[in-house]
Design a protein around this ligand. Structure first.
Ligand SMILES: NC(=O)c1ccc[n+]([C@@H]2O[C@H](COP(=O)([O-])OP(=O)(O)OC[C@H]3O[C@@H](n4cnc5c(N)ncnc54)[C@H](OP(=O)(O)O)[C@@H]3O)[C@@H](O)[C@H]2O)c1
Length: 337
């Protein structure tokens, strides 16, 4: 779990004590009534319905947002905990974030998740920054405290928890390649720079981005383990993969079924662990190709679950009902276990 996030539990004013008790007193039948707030459609800040007294309000903002599986997972968590809360998908175009925030506050939100393209801009806007947000230099979770916005990042904590859930292996022993130094790749690399790993190599389509990240992280790593960047070429990939334990695929390649594989399949050897931060129904082409080559490979659904669990706990101050959230997310992704 994300240490930075767990440190914040109990701070602020977790709002559910009274309602949780009410839900409990109303009994099982009340859960359906309390959670009439299932909102699977897409809203804009202008089209949101008026807030209802006593019902807490959360959501996910981004563009595009229609594909988001977060409502199913978060609502299942609220329902399992007996909390009266709703969760909306809200489409906010790239340049409209600053003007959308007052509308969200007027609409009674206690917090929201924040996805592409807003995570960096939200980091600039929030009034308080959790250490997890400062480390990631981005915000994917906001908790409203009065008129103040408290920003967190659960991306790296969610990724760490997903890796542990998948392989239960100490990162300190792993030679790691991060492919893709955009927002998610940077968050994971910044976490590893602090927490440590066996070695870390950074590659990105635009090599300057990997070089800049390498420069930023060098003083943090301070010689504790080998850190480097390499231009993303087939030759470099082939050599690097021979001494890699874990590949973290953090580009957007694989979002579409027709995307090329980020790594030629014949470079994948059976001793590799492959974690693709993307998830797709039926798994990503990289996960499928890796498994065909005998690798242990997982996609980003577990990361989505774990970062959502951390957000839920930041908002409520409670321990998340993880099994219910997992089941709802797996169902929404049509991936029953
Ligand atoms: N599982 C989860 O919970 C979770 C959470 C967040 C994000 N994600 C996934 O992570 C992915 C990356 O998100 P992000 O926030 O890091 O996005 P981002 O900041 O926009 O970065 C995109 C990255 O993809 C690379 N890229 C884009 N098109 C490429 C191509 N055709 N060939 C090679 N590289 C390409 C970019 O390289 P350049 O720098 O060269 O443009 C950059 O490294 C998203 O697709 C998202 O689905 C998953």
């Amino acid at each position: 779990m994300d240490g930075a996030c767990s440190r914040t539990h109990g701070k602020g004013n977790p709002p559910f004590g009274q309602l949780g008790r009410r839900a409990f007193l109303l009994g099982g039948k009340a859960f359906r009534w309390l959670n009439g707030g299932v909102r699977m459609e897409v809203f804009t800040p202008e089209s949101l319905p008026p807030p209802q007294s006593g019902r807490f309000r959360y959501g996910v903002i981004g563009s595009p947002i229609a594909h988001s599986l977060s409502p199913a997972m978060q609502l299942a968590g609220f329902q399992a905990a007996g909390l009266d809360a709703e969760y909306f998908r809200i489409e906010i175009p790239k340049d409209d974030l600053a003007k959308a925030i007052p509308r969200l506050l007027e609409a009674g939100f206690q917090g929201w998740n924040c996805t592409l393209p807003h995570k960096t801009e939200m980091f600039r806007i929030v009034t308080q920054k959790d250490p997890s947000a400062i480390e990631a230099q981005s915000v994917n979770t906001v908790r409203v405290e009065g008129r103040q916005l408290h920003g967190f990042s659960t991306d790296a904590g969610g990724w760490e928890a997903a890796i542990q859930e998948t392989w239960a292996v100490p990162l300190n022993n792993l030679q790691i390649l991060i492919l893709g130094c955009g927002g998610v790749g940077q968050s994971i690399a910044r976490r590893l720079a602090r927490s440590g790993c066996g070695s870390l190599i950074l590659m990105n389509r635009d090599p300057r981005r990997a070089e800049l990240l390498n420069l930023e992280l060098k003083p943090i790593v301070d010689g504790r383990f080998p850190l480097s960047f390499l231009p993303w070429t087939d030759a470099n990939l082939e050599t690097t993969l021979k001494k890699t334990d874990l590949i973290v695929q953090a580009t957007s390649l694989g979002l579409r079924e027709t995307d090329p594989l980020p790594i030629p399949a014949h470079f994948l050897n059976a001793k590799l662990k492959v974690y693709d931060t993307i998830y797709r129904k039926g798994f990503t082409p990289l996960v499928r190709a890796s498994r065909e080559r005998g690798c242990s490979a997982e996609d980003g659904l577990a990361m989505l679950l774990q970062q959502g669990i951390l957000s839920w706990e930041i908002w409520t101050g409670k321990t998340a009902p993880k099994a219910a959230m997992r089941q709802a997310l797996w169902q929404a992704a049509e991936r029953e276990k």
